[in-house]
Design a protein around this ligand. Structure first.
Ligand code: NAG
Ligand code: NAG
Ligand code: NAG
Ligand code: NAG
Ligand code: NAG
Ligand code: NAG
Length: 512
């Protein structure tokens, strides 16, 4: 299965190593043994002034070599590339290339950011041309006669929507009603977040013109720590203040909105999207009594075996409810509600111990998106396993906003919860790790060859010793963050076949 993409990667890798850069072939270069060309972006060797890299002595391995070539100092290729050059560019971060002018595989743009991260940042800095937010209630707008709305950027639009759907009810004076949430603690939790992510994905596609963009997910099963909390991905920890992000992170300059629910309640006001300070996150610094560990594969399996989507009171006290257990108000191994614990979906929010941990402001942290994409994939597994009829989703008596035909807040035009209680395949997307092989074509034509290939595979590895080592390194590097992006397919095409071609074609570039 991995043969084609790996060979492709190998080919690129060797190509980069074996080239004589045109900029390094003067006699000056050869006599000084230096190949550190200027990067035109800033006029400095290796783009040093821009922090892309620097000119460094190469350090040769001293490990002994086999006896087959009994000479020394007779071939230009010995101790490569020291016969030609003993100083070359060493590129830092996501940069690569002979003058550090290129981006490492999977990164794009002038600063070589991850495509996903670059899109997030663009959304955070682009005012939505289609949507605005109300910054007071209908009554405060004099029952609509004096509209009060304001602009918002595309990322924060989604933060605001998530705040608005989950905010407390303002009852006048200093009275608030907290036991209300149009998207959590009830059956609409899964359809609502599914639609929310799909809408978010579409807005990013419109913003970037990248129709192929899909939201990546973070498979957190059995994670012992926040593996995506590094500066290369969603941000590492600040070296001095453990509650904020490292200054080297893409997200350290982001400001949150809608994080001060108590203040809005006191003022009987809506969040008006004023900036409220940096993202807070301190993974693993949470209350371990409440959340002793992140969810395991066994937790997910056990949760998936619950046959009822929703039960009883249809809220956070529901026993044996798949929804309530996946949401994280029940013990995943028993399905019994337990108010003292935050499990499954909730466990991740609590674990992040910061902006992610308060429902209303949680979408400020981009980890929210990767987390919910994976939660959605578990919902999808349950739908495929239990194949529920629409009637399985409660039609009546669910908490406000959560009945099957209720319109989901705050989307316009209107969509019901029931509309998204269907397989993702019917909504035009799939998850790579759930995709099944196209039965006929795969079974009959591909599988026999794969079986043959797997028999000779070990010999191929042995024969390609050097290639194998490089392959292993690349494989190791990619599998660390190979959280496959959700893959979109068009309804006119055969989805699974396309999925497979894509897989074999070396486009497996997801970084998360
Ligand atoms: C690199 O090569 C130059 C030119 O031959 C030589 O002067 C210099 O000492 C070498 N540096 C190292 C670290 O070998
Ligand atoms: C809005 O309408 C409601 C019901 O008609 C009324 O009770 C209330 O006083 C009105 N509020 C304002 C600010 O006009
Ligand atoms: C999207 O993917 C399709 C199929 O792989 C490709 O033909 C098309 O060029 C891509 N479009 C963009 C904008 O990348
Ligand atoms: C926005 O909300 C904050 C906090 O509720 C409040 O202090 C501020 O005055 C509001 N600003 C505007 C322009 O309404
Ligand atoms: C972080 O965890 C501590 C307990 O370890 C808790 O007291 C605090 O409220 C948490 N902070 C957030 C923002 O969740
Ligand atoms: C859930 O089960 C627990 C333990 O059996 C029980 O105490 C509790 O009353 C049940 N909750 C509901 C809403 O039935």
């Amino acid at each position: 299965m991995h043969l084609v993409p790996l060979c492709y990667l190998l080919w690129i890798f060797q190509g980069v190593l074996g080239q004589f850069p045109r900029a390094c072939v003067s006699s000056k270069n050869l006599l000084e043994k230096e190949c550190c060309p200027v990067w035109s972006g800033d006029g400095s060797p290796c783009g040093q002034l821009s922090g892309r890299g620097s000119c460094q002595d190469i350090s040769l391995s001293r490990a002994p070599e086999g006896p087959q070539f009994p000479f020394s100092n007779v071939d230009d290729r010995e101790n490569w590339p020291s016969v030609f050059y003993n100083r070359t560019c060493q590129c830092s971060g996501n940069f690569m290339g002979f003058n550090c002018g290129d981006c490492k595989f999977g990164f794009i743009g002038p600063n070589c950011k991850d495509k996903f991260l670059a899109y997030l940042n663009l959304a955070k800095h682009t005012t939505s041309s289609d949507y605005v937010i109300p910054i007071s209630t209908y009554a405060q707008m004099n029952n609509g006669s004096t509209p009060i709305f304001r602009d918002i950027n595309i990322y924060d639009l989604f933060v605001w929507m998530h705040y608005y759907v989950s905010r407390d009810a303002l009852l006048g004076g200093s009275i608030v009603w907290r036991n209300i949430d149009f998207a959590h603690e009830a059956p609409g939790f899964l359809p609502w977040h599914r639609f929310f992510l799909l809408l978010w994905e579409k807005e990013i596609q419109k913003l970037t013109g990248d129709v192929n963009f899909t939201i990546p997910y973070w498979d957190w099963r059995d994670a012992e720590e926040c593996t995506i909390c590094t500066d290369e991905y969603l941000g590492g920890r600040h070296p001095v203040n453990p509650n904020i992000l490292s200054p080297a992170s893409f997200f350290s300059s982001w400001q949150v909105i809608c994080s001060q629910s108590e203040e809005y309640n006191t003022q009987q006001a809506l969040c008006n999207a004023t900036e409220e300070g940096p993202l807070l996150r301190s993974p693993g610094n949470h209350d371990r009594e409440r959340t002793p560990r992140l969810p395991t594969s066994a937790d997910v399996e056990s949760c998936l075996s619950l046959t009822q989507y929703e039960t009883g009171s249809m809220d956070r006290a529901a026993n044996f409810s798949f929804r309530n257990t996946l949401e994280g108000f029940a013990n995943p191994l028993t399905g019994i509600a337990d108010a003292s614990q935050s499990t499954m979906h909730n466990a991740l929010h609590i674990y992040m111990n910061g902006t992610m941990s308060q429902v209303q402001g949680s979408a400020n942290d981009p980890i929210f998106i990767l987390h919910h994409a994976f939660v959605d994939s578990i919902f999808e597994q349950w739908l495929r396993r239990h194949r529920p009829l629409q009637e399985v989703y409660p039609a009546a008596n669910a908490p406000i906003g959560h009945n099957r035909e209720s319109y989901m807040v705050p989307f316009i035009p209107v969509y019901t919860n029931g509309e998204f209680f269907i397989s993702s395949r019917d909504l035009g997307y799939d998850y790579a790790y759930l995709a099944e092989p196209a039965p006929d074509f795969f079974q009959e034509f591909i599988k026999p060859y794969l079986e043959q290939a797997s028999q000779i595979w070990q010999w191929l590895v042995a024969a390609a010793a050097v290639g194998g080592v490089i392959t292993a390194i690349i494989l190791g590097l990619t599998s660390l963050f190979c959280r496959r992006k959700r893959k979109r397919f068009s309804e006119e095409e055969q989805p699974l076949l396309m999925e497979r071609e894509d897989y074999l074609g070396g486009n497996y570039q997801s970084r998360l």
